[in-house]
Design a protein around this ligand. Structure first.
Ligand SMILES: [Zn+2]
Length: 117
């Protein structure tokens, strides 16, 4: 399945080098919010507890679920890809649905927080 291949490529890109995802941009992505705005939102979301400060227990990619992105609040359309950050385990698992770019911005801000000043 072609789509699954794309997801796994993206997941590994996100975990190994988030900046690639951020810089490359996605011509098919209707979300034109720039990276610094996204990172600002990510920082706020972490500060006010909207998003966790630690890495997800697992990350999954899949087609958009039609819900709002946990970071930017834009809908995740079913014809576009989303990333799911999963915390905890069944039945108490909690999922955050995010655009790949929002996920990358969140990841950047998380890493920024944990590194010593
Ligand atoms: Zn988003």
């Amino acid at each position: 399945m072609q789509i699954a291949g794309e997801y796994s490529i993206l997941s590994s890109a996100v975990s190994s080098c988030v900046n690639v995802t951020l810089c490359r941009g996605d011509p098919g992505d209707a979300l034109q919010m720039d990276v610094s705005t996204l990172r600002e939102k990510a920082r706020e979301a972490i500060q006010n507890g909207k998003l966790p400060t630690r890495s997800p227990d697992s990350t999954m990619g899949g087609p958009g679920c039609g819900e709002a992105c946990a970071l930017c609040g834009e809908t995740l359309p079913r014809n576009q890809m989303e990333l799911e950050a999963v915390f905890g385990e069944i039945p108490e698992m909690h999922k955050y649905h995010l655009h790949p770019r929002c996920f990358a911005a969140w990841e950047c801000e998380r890493e920024g927080r944990t590194s010593p000043e």
